[in-house]
Design a binder for this molecule. Structure first.
Ligand code: SAH
Length: 246
């Protein structure tokens, strides 16, 4: 197998980028490392001449970028989502450094689709966006100022992904990743179903939701269930609600 083939199954998602120049520079960063798929969620100013200028020879990749209304649309079909953030927050997914995460992403992308998600320039990834991620990835940096420019962060991760391909390509045998992992849509379907059931049973009180659903998301992100396991859980939830109706 071509050792760089996993790169075609890794998409880079920029959430609400505000500076078009950064979008162009990110496209260039991807193209230089052999990545091809750029997803933009509600870009503030795009298309824009500054984006074209900074993309330079990667204008083809920039013009092929997908613009989406929601992060969920950008993540459709993926089964591993990693969010890049310099900061730690309460209830975050499992934290990994960029190099370790790149190896996991590439191993996953040998057979499945993966996404790396970047936050907006000013505030970074929101809690809501991070809740879609199974990993929080950090680029090691100086603790007094760890915040890289958006396109610079994209470049570092794209480089690590390329290095991980070469490294894993040289290693023998399959790399351990989940068999038939549940897709982003299947996980979102299960979370929605869980929330509905918890509300119906009164377990989740609409006025006092607390962080229950965030915790459920974190549990599922850690467990990385297979498609069939998600189907079993949903089947069980259905059987319980049918019993209650009877
Ligand atoms: N002011 C924001 C930083 C935004 S930088 C904050 O404090 O979160 C824009 C994006 O680049 C971030 O959302 C993140 O996706 C990425 N980024 C910047 N520095 C990073 C680092 N050290 N590790 C991981 N991602 C980083």
């Amino acid at each position: 197998m071509d050792e760089l083939a996993p790169l075609a199954r890794i998409r880079v998602v920029l959430c609400e980028p505000s500076h078009p120049g950064n979008i162009g520079a990110a496209a260039r960063a991807l193209k230089t490392m052999g990545l091809t798929r750029l997803e933009l969620v509600r870009p503030r100013n795009f298309p824009h001449p500054d984006a074209d200028a900074r993309a330079s020879g990667a204008i083809d990749l920039l013009h092929a970028a997908y613009c989406r209304d929601t992060l969920d649309e950008a993540l459709a079909g993926t089964s591993l989502v990693c969010g890049l953030s310099a900061r730690r927050r309460a209830l975050t997914p499992e934290v990994a450094d960029a190099r370790t995460a790149a190896r996991e992403i590439v191993a996953h992308a040998r057979h499945e689709q993966a996404a790396v998600v970047f936050g907006t320039e000013r505030v970074g990834l929101t809690i809501e966006e991070l809740s879609r991620c199974q990993r929080l990835v950090r680029i090691p940096a100086d603790p007094t100022y760890p915040s890289l420019n958006l396109a610079a962060a994209v470049q570092v991760l794209a480089y690590e992904l390329r290095c991980a391909c070469t490294e894993l390509g040289a290693a023998a045998g399959p790399q351990g990743s989940v068999v038939n992992p549940a897709s982003h849509e299947e996980i979102e379907g299960l979370i929605e179903h869980l929330e509905r059931s918890m509300r119906a049973s009164g377990f989740l009180h609409p006025d006092r939701p607390g962080r229950l659903m965030q915790r459920m998301r974190r549990l599922l992100a850690r467990a990385r269930p297979e498609s069939e396991e998600v189907a079993i859980l949903r089947g069980f939830l259905r059987s319980v609600s049918e019993r209650e109706v009877r």
